[in-house]
Design a protein around this ligand. Structure first.
Ligand code: SF4
Length: 206
């Protein structure tokens, strides 16, 4: 495994923030099992160490921020493992560059932080994309393998339910071809009940 200090990286027209390699899950499909980068031939997203808030802020200077649509907290780890630092950086990005902010998350942030972090997202986070993965709790436990075990699925749904109150755009996603059409219909139903947008991501974006 190659390590580097790839703090920010480009994917299409968005700039991604790689804050941590820590994660409460160990998903069977995690890209981290298959290589060092989400982009073929890209820099390793395994960090030599976690960057400080000031290091992350300084890193933005190296990019032409006008060219990006969105700043996305999503790397080789679960961004809410560093929620307090993430929010400081999000506030900085909003103030200095006026860019929309998205977090891609496993939805276990309240369990990870042992407190309700969702109200803190208000005014800073424009979109939160939560990995639903499957409509079935037992299947979720099998594939996500969270350290929180049985609690994780319900906590993830509660996280989404609460996020609707504080974040303008709440999305829950599954990956195309990984579940059946019937399961996708069940996911749509869950999302409708929660009042969030359901998105089926292309396989290569997983
Ligand atoms: S939640 Fe994301 S980073 Fe964590 S193991 Fe699953 S796919 Fe990998």
């Amino acid at each position: 495994m190659k390590k580097a200090m790839t703090i920010l990286y480009k994917v299409h027209n968005n700039l991604y923030v790689n804050l941590t390699n820590r994660c409460s899950s160990s998903c069977v499909f995690c890209l981290r099992h298959n290589g060092d980068s989400v982009v073929k031939g890209g820099d390793s997203l395994w960090l030599e160490r976690e960057p400080s808030v000031d290091e992350v802020k300084a890193e933005f200077e190296k990019f032409d921020m006008k060219s990006f649509n969105e700043v996305v907290f999503c790397g080789y780890g679960e961004p809410t493992e560093r929620i307090d630092d993430l929010l400081l950086i999000a506030a900085f990005v909003k103030e200095k560059y006026n860019k929309p902010i998205r977090i891609n998350t496993n939805g276990q942030g309240n369990l990870i932080n042992k407190r309700d972090i969702v109200p803190n997202l208000k005014g800073l986070v424009d979109t939160i994309s939560i990995s639903l993965n499957t409509p079935d709790k037992d299947r979720y436990n099998e594939i996500v393998r969270s350290i929180f075990g049985e609690q994780a699925f319900d906590a993830m749904l509660d996280f989404a339910r609460e996020a609707v109150k504080y974040v303008p755009n709440v999305v829950m996603s599954t990956v195309a071809t990984t579940i059946t059409k019937e399961e996708e219909a069940e996911c749509q139903k869950i999302c409708d009940e929660l009042g969030v947008t359901y998105r089926i991501r292309p396989f290569e974006e997983s």
